[in-house]
Design a protein around this ligand. Sequence first.
Ligand code: ADP
Ligand code: MG
Length: 550
Amino acid sequence: MTTETLAFQAEVSRLLDIVAHALYSERDVFLRELISNAADACDKHRYLALTEPEKAGPALDYAVTLTADAEAKTLTIADTGIGMDRMELVENLGTIARSGTGKFLETLSGDAKKDFSLIGQFGVGFYSAFMVADKVRVTSRKAGAAEAFAWESDGRGSFTVAEADQATRGTTITLHLKEDAAEFLDEWRLKEVVRRYSDHIALPIKLQTAEKTETINAASALWTRAKNEVTAEQTKAFYESLTYDKDDPFATLHIKAEGALEYSALLFLPNKRPPDLFTPERQHRVKLYVRRVFITDDCKDLMPTWLRFVQGVVDSADLPLNVSREMLQNNPTVRKIRSGLVKKILGELEKKAKPDADHSAYEKFWEAFGPVLKEGLYEDFENRQTILGLTRFRSSTQDGWVSLADYVGRMKPGQKAIYTASGESVEAIAASPHLEGFRAKGIEVLYLTDPIDEFWLPMIGTFDEKPFQSVTRGAADLGEIAADGEEKPAEKPETTPDLAALIDRLKGVYGETVKDVRVSQRLTDSAVCLVADEGDVDLHLEKLLRQHQR
Ligand code: ADP
Ligand code: MG
C-alpha cells in the first residue's frame, strides 16, 4: 500500500486556521455541511443510475448514517452516495473549489471574532469538520469502482491518501472529536442539530447507537407536501440551509401547479443581496427535481437572469426522469415552467408592493434587488408593464421612494411626459442645472441612478400612455405647464434680437462641436447647460460608455 502525503492549497490552510478556532456557538454547522454533502452525493448517484446505469453499480438504499462512539470519541457520517476516487479526494478535499468558500475568504476582516461568526453565514463546506475534530479520516469508494481510498488529515498543512478497505459504495467520514466537542457524541444533541438544520433533507438521516438505528429527520421533500403540512420552522430551516441567511426571507412561494403542467415549487426571495449578485457568473439558485429526484442546480432556462436572486426548488412531473442536462436546453416544458414561475413571483411582488402593504419591507427589497429586476424591463417584453408597476424611484419633490403611478397622479395640468434625470447619485442629479426650470414650476423629476436605467428607458416608451422624457435631452417644452399657484402657463419669452444675435455668435464659436444652440425655459439661475438632442444618446449614458471604452 502506498501512502502519499500532499500539501493543502494555501487558501485551504488559511481557511483551516480560521475554522479550527471557530466560535463555540457556530460550531454545530459542521453537521449541516457534512450531511448536505452526503445528501448531494446520494442525489448524484441517483441521477447517475438513471442516466448511465452501467456505471452506477448495485442498488443500495440512500441514507446518511450517524454513529457516535463514546469510547473512541469519534463521530462518523456515512453515506451510500456516488463516492470519490483517489483524484477526487485530492481535488475536492485539498483545494477550494466552490465559490462560496472563496467569497468567505475575501470577506474576512482580520478581526477574529467577526471572522468566526461569518462561518455560520457562509458555510465553509467540508472543512468545517475541523471545527470539532483534530483528526478527520474520509474513506470513499466510487460508484462502479473496485477499490477504495482513505484521506486523512489533522488539518495542519497536509493530508495523506492511501488505499483502503471498504465493502460498499459511498463515503464515510470519521471525526476524532476535540476534547471540548464531546457534546457531539450525545444522542440528544445530535438529534437537535439534525432537526434544526437538516430536517428537510429528502432522504433518511439515521442515528445508529449500540441498541438501535432510528431515522431522525422528517425525510420528506418539503416542496411536495401540501402547504398546511409544512410548518414555518421547517420552511425557515430549509431557507437557511439554502442561503445561510438566519433572517426571514422577504417572500416565500409554495406553489403547486396542476393541469396542463404539473409541478411544485418552494421559492424564496431574500431580503439581502448575495455577495456575487453582480458578477457575470451569478445565476439563479433554483434546483430542478423530477418527481423528487434531483436533476441539476444548473438549469439556466429555469429562471431568467433578472430573477437571479431567487432561491429554492422546482419539482416537475412532466420531464422524463432520465432527462440529460443537454435535453434541458431550449426545452419547451422548462420554458413553460419558467413562465409560470415568473408570473407567480411577479404576482407576489405586486401584492407586497401594494400601497396598503408594508412599504418599508418592499422598499428594502427594492433597494437590494431593484437594479436586477429592472433588467427584466428590456429582457421580458411580455411582463414589462407588470415590472414597470413594481419599479420605485427617488424624485425631486418627494422624500423616499415613489412609484410611477404616484408620479402620474401628481402630474401638473398640461404636463404630458414623465420627466427623468440620470446621474451617478441623487445628490449629483439634484445639483444639476437641468432641473432649475422644473423646480421653478414645481414639476417632479424622477432620478435615475442605476447604470441599467440607460438601457431599459429607451425601450420602454410609455407608462400609462405617458412618454418618458429625459431632462438632459431634447426640447423639454415646459411652456405649456403652469407653475404652482398660477392659472395659466406664463407667456413664452420672446426671442429678442439680442438673444438671436447671441445665439448666432455662439453657433459660430462652437461650430461643428455642437448640433444646435437654443433658447430654453429649463434654466432659471444658470446661464447655459448641455443637453443631448432628441434621438441621441443621453448625456449620462454617453459618459458611462466613454468610461467603458477607456
Ligand atoms: P460543496 O459541497 O459546496 O461543493 P464542500 O467543501 O462541502 O463544498 O465539498 C467539496 C466537494 O467534495 C463536493 O463538491 C464534493 O465533490 C466532494 N464531497 C464532499 N463530501 C462528499 C461525500 N460525502 N461524497 C462525495 N463527494 C463529497
Ligand atoms: Mg458542501
